[in-house]
Structures are given as C-alpha cells and as structure tokens.
Design a protein around this ligand. Structure first.
Ligand code: UT7
Length: 335
C-alpha cells in the first residue's frame, strides 16, 4: 500500500469515460424458464433484476473497443493521443493476442502499448492503479483503461447457483496527466491470496481441478463458485479495504464523496454501507440492472456517475474490487 504523499509525483485525471452494453436484456423471469429459480429468490438474495447478454459473435474485444471510443469522445481526444491501452478481462476473445492489442487496432491507436490484466472482478482497479502509476512518473501521458467481459460465454446456464449472477458489458476511462498535482490517485492497495483459488475458478479440463475434488459435477470452461465462501470473503475484505484506505489518509467515511464498488451482491454492499453509517447515495449500485459483470462493473458504474454529472473536481472517490484469484484492490482518488 502507498499513498500519494509517499510518492509525490505529477497529477492524474479522468479525461473521459464510456460504456458499451449489449442490447439483449435477460430478466429473472427469463431465467426461471431455464433453471429452477424465480424472481423473488434472485431479487432478495442478490438484488439483481436484469442483466445484459452479448449477441452471438459479440465479444469482450468488441465491447471494449466501443467503450473506449465512447470514453475518447467524452474526453474530446483522438485515439492517437493514447500511449497505452489496458484491458481488464477474464473473457478474452482469444488466448493470444491480447484483447488490448486488438482494441488498440480497432480504435485506431496504433502504435500504443497494449496490456491485458487478469485479476477477475478486481481487474479494473488493478489496471487503474498501474495506469495512474505510469502517468505519475511522466513516462506515459494518456492511457485508456477498460474493464470488459462476456461472462455469458463462460456461464453454465444449467447451474442456478451461478447463472443468475452474471452479465456482459464494458466500461472505459481515459486517464491523462493533470497540471494540478492534488488531482490524482491518493491511495492504492492491491492484494491476492492464491491459496483460495478453488472458491472461484474456470477449469479448462480435469487437470485444473483442485487436488481434493473427487466429485466435480460442473461443466468445464464455465465459472465454478463456492457462493457462501465468496460471500464471506467479500463482506470481510470490502469492509477491511475501505477502513484501511480511510485510516491511511486519516479520513472519516462521511469524507468520501462516493464509493464505487464491484457489483457482486447487493446484500454485501448494503452490509458495508450500514457498517460505515453511510446514506444510500454514497455507495453506487446498479447491480439491479446489469448483474455482476466482473471487471466491467466498476467502470460501468463510473461512467453512469460521470455522465450524470455526479463527480465534481475535488471529490473523494473510492473504488474497491474483489474477486477470483482471490484478489482485492482499492483506489482512492481526488477527482
Ligand atoms: O464477483 C464475485 C463473485 N461472486 C460473488 O460475489 C457471489 C457471492 N455469493 C453470493 O452472492 C451468494 O452466496 C449467492 C447469491 C450465490 C447464493 O446465495 P446464498 O444466500 O448464499 O444461497 P445458498 O448458496 O446458501 O443457497 C440457499 C438455498 C439452497 O437450497 P437448500 O439447500 O437450502 O434447499 C440452494 O440450493 O437456495 C438454493 N438456491 C436457489 N434457489 C432458487 C441456490 N441458487 C438458487 C436459485 N434459485 N438461483
């Protein structure tokens, strides 16, 4: 963990944000026709009502490029101003090349550097941290940071414990150097515990199964999750991550303008909000409309807030992600 005063470099600002969401809406009632579930169970246990599902042939690369183009438009910038593009995703179109390299070509940003980040639901915050650090040093000026997922392509649509949760989409931010050194990422903290990987993973074949797994009944190449273990991990790490960020900067919860958390389950977000004693408008939630979109959830929220004019210069904005790896990541920015 480092705070900006420990690093003391130039400022970084969000020049623009953008979203790309597939048109198809899958409702809880639609899911009830596919597996043994119902709207009441899904709404009460998760807060999800609808999620978006990619069209046949629509990939994370397509959504990422669309979101980045929207963010560049929002910033009033040209693709050639990008020095680098980072894409956080666990659903790349191909193993090789990277989604980022494809997106650089798709948006017309050649020869910008390209880098994919696999930190599951923490991926966008990991990428944001690296982008901010590179810009602060003065070595890179403008970086496109994207979270893009087509989780529908790795969802077991026969497994009611997981298929109700996930959705597709992408969000992007264009970060650039700021003349104001106070405008920057004030705090960043990235973590993982790889011993916990069997709680959330996507096995290719038998060789990937945990050593003690004797009765794997899931489908390969789909997300396998121990929902209760992830729930407990998320509640504890979410609280700990926010409290650590506040303590490092000597802030109170009420000093935060807004928290933009990974959208994993509304019950988890509500428990953090109550513990911090914050009103509903201080923790952004859109899981009801988009479900859990892994690395895409935070930038989708960010663009909704930014395009609604809810982020003002000087605001303190906290991003927190948690997920597969297991990983967890926090950033606190002065907007
Ligand atoms: O981005 C990070 C990735 N994932 C997460 O953050 C997810 C974290 N975990 C969760 O959100 C919750 O654990 C779930 C929403 C996945 C599940 O909720 P839960 O309250 O932990 O339910 P449960 O797994 O304890 O299951 C309770 C009951 C079980 O029935 P029995 O054994 O009590 O008869 C399940 O079989 O609910 C049943 N159930 C369902 N019933 C209707 C499980 N899924 C469904 C379903 N519809 N979709």
């Amino acid at each position: 963990m480092t705070t900006q005063s420990q690093r003391g470099l130039c400022g970084v600002r969000f020049a623009g944000t953008g979203n790309a969401l597939p048109q198809r809406v899958l409702t809880n009632d639609d899911l009830a026709k596919m597996v043994d579930t119902n709207d009441e169970w899904i709404s009460q246990r998760t807060g999800i009502k609808t999620r978006r599902i990619a069209a046949p042939g629509q990939t994370s690369r397509n959504l990422a490029a669309e979101a980045l183009k929207a963010a560049l438009d929002n910033a009033g910038m040209e693709p050639r101003q990008l020095d680098m593009v980072m894409v956080a995703t666990i659903t790349p179109e191909m193993m090789c090349p990277s989604t980022a390299a494809q997106v650089v070509a798709d948006v017309g940003a050649i020869p910008a550097a390209a880098l994919d980040v696999n930190a599951a639901c923490s991926g966008f915050v990991y990428a944001l941290t690296m982008a901010a650090s590179l810009i602060e040093t003065g070595k890179y000026r403008t970086i496109g940071v994207i979270g893009a997922e087509t989780l529908s392509s790795i969802t077991d649509w026969k497994d009611r414990r997981t298929c109700i949760l996930f959705g597709d989409g992408a969000g992007a931010a264009v970060l650039t150097a700021s003349d104001d050194p106070a405008q920057t990422c004030l705090y960043q903290s990235l973590h993982s515990d790889g011993t916990l990987w069997p709680e959330l993973y996507c096995p290719r074949d038998k060789s990937n199964l945990p050593a003690d797994d004797k009765i794997f009944s899931g489908a390969f190449n789909t997300l396998q999750m121990n929902g209760q273990a992830i729930f407990k991990f998320a509640v504890s790490k979410l609280n700990q991550s926010i409290e650590n960020a506040l303590a490092a900067l000597n802030l109170k919860p009420s000093d935060l303008s807004i928290i933009i958390p990974h959208q994993m389950n509304n019950r988890i977000l509500e428990s953090a909000r109550h513990r911090l004693g914050l009103p509903p408008e201080k923790i952004y939630v859109n899981i009801d409309r988009f479900g859990n979109t892994s690395a895409a959830s935070i930038p989708i929220c960010l663009h909704e807030l930014n395009s609604a004019g809810r982020l003002k210069k000087g605001d303190l904005v906290l991003f927190v992600g948690l997920g597969g790896g297991l990983t967890w990541a926090t950033n606190l920015w002065r907007w």
